[in-house]
Design a protein. Structure first.
Length: 438
């Protein structure tokens, strides 16, 4: 689902406001991930295109100023907003691409790579990526085995938020496995508290539930194969994941009644508002901002999160979204800027301001301005299995818009979770139709 950019801005801005944190620029670190050895680019002009506007644009421009201060290059940022790909495509058509761009769709990056419109990373640029990102995060920036980019700004879509008072009153401990999660839900239910709210009416939360289950059941390779429809939706791992989901949601008082009519914003109020109806809510890091806006519960004390629980011993996993840095020009300035953006120095500038998460393993989480963001950032770094949001990579008719086949089929399943195999067959029929027109 495509809720990452605006959600994270609101989330972190609200958390910072609640914590009373200011902004600042940290001093450069001394780890191997810093931006040392950049060339003198005096007199050179570079352009970067991205989707960020307003506060995010100002924060990113501060990052670019750090590069200019080190290299003496003149760097201009151009915002494409939600139409960033339209802007880039028009530039390509006119023979005037930017030097570097940051875009949120890996499928578009793959298309650029296959058409030869972006440059594979090599030399110091590739070395900077290797030094600062784990293998799992590096792999997200590859196309056909070649490194074309890396994710500069990311989101964590594998966080489950809960009311601390509900857990304390029921004597529930934070679960780390699926079995513990279901037992905790049963304990809450037995204590008279609905375990979790699922805002199925919006559609995209249902796809996020499935994606988090599926990567833990099937692993990264099968997740990516299913995303590209290289395996059918009738694969046994899909049915198994749907079975787990169905078994959970049909338990008495596990999920809030009327899930298929429950919108996301209302679900936040139903868990963290003045008259709570449930103890937990699954969604990404942006939930923090929605909680703060309600003004009833403080993030970090009354509302906390835990990582999505493992299933059958699965490794720490994160479903993510974010903005991938790519290079259109094979020039010294472009390569230096990419190497800089891959460094912990660049990440630290925005991280200290808030509204930002990084997968850079050399960025100290102490740079983040509040404890909740530090914990979310740590979960990103420790994950050995990282996948990009599935629905954001599928054809629009299948998973990219309200009413899309994946959205509707999974919403229907939440409402009537009796036939996992039949649901898998419906998803496969839709995929055959939708991917055929991709």
């Amino acid at each position: 689902m495509r809720r990452t950019r605006l959600g994270l801005v609101a989330a972190m801005a609200a958390v910072l406001a609640a914590a009373g944190c200011g902004s600042g620029t940290p001093s450069a670190g001394s780890s191997s991930g810093t931006a040392g050895g950049l060339p003198d680019l005096s007199g050179q002009k570079l352009e970067v295109i991205g989707e960020w506007t307003a506060q995010e644009q100002a924060a990113f421009e501060a990052v670019l100023k750090g590069f200019s201060d080190k290299t003496h290059a003149q760097v201009t940022y151009t915002s494409g907003g939600n139409d960033v790909n339209v802007l880039i495509n028009s530039r390509l058509a006119g023979g005037a691409p930017p030097d570097v761009a940051l875009i949120p769709q890996p499928g578009v990056v793959a298309q650029y790579a296959q058409k030869g419109q972006i440059k594979a990373l090599s030399g110091d640029t590739a070395a900077a990526v290797q030094a600062n990102f784990s293998d799992a995060w590096q792999k997200l920036g590859t196309v056909n085995g070649q490194q074309y980019g890396f994710f500069f700004k990311v989101a964590n879509k594998s966080t489950i938020w809960y009311r601390t008072d509900a857990f304390e009153q029921a004597g529930v401990k934070v679960p780390t496995t699926w079995d513990e999660f279901t037992k905790a839900s049963k304990t809450l239910s037995d204590a008279g508290t609905t375990a979790i709210a699922i805002p199925a009416a919006d559609g995209w939360p249902c796809t996020d539930w499935f994606e988090n289950l599926y990567v833990r059941v099937a692993g990264v390779d099968k997740y990516n194969q299913l995303t590209q429809h290289q395996i059918p939706w009738t694969d046994p791992t899909v049915v198994q994941s749907l079975q787990l989901l169905g078994d959970y949601v049909k338990q008495p008082n596990f999920i809030e009644k009327g899930a298929t009519q429950l919108a996301f914003t209302q679900s936040v109020a139903d868990v963290f508002g003045s008259a709570p109806k449930a103890a937990m809510l699954y969604e990404g890091d942006f939930v923090a901002g929605e909680i703060q806006k309600s003004g009833k519960v403080k993030v970090g004390t009354g509302a906390k999160f835990f990582d999505w629980p493992s299933i059958n011993g699965s490794q720490p996993s994160v479903v993510t979204g974010g903005d991938e840095a790519i290079m259109f020009k094979d020039a010294a300035g472009s390569k230096a800027l990419m190497a800089y953006l891959a460094s912990s120095d660049a990440a630290a500038i925005w991280a200290a301001k808030g509204g930002f998460l990084s997968a850079n393993k050399n960025l100290s989480t102490s740079t983040y301005p509040d404890e909740t963001t530090r914990q979310i950032g740590e979960a990103l770094i420790k994950s050995t299995q990282v996948v990009f949001d599935m629905s954001d990579q599928t054809p629009q008719a299948f998973g990219g818009q309200k009413g899309a086949d994946m959205w509707k089929t999974l919403t229907d399943f939440i409402g009537n979770p009796t036939d996992p195999a039949g649901t898998a067959a419906k998803l496969e029929a839709a995929a055959v139709k939708d991917y055929g027109s991709k």
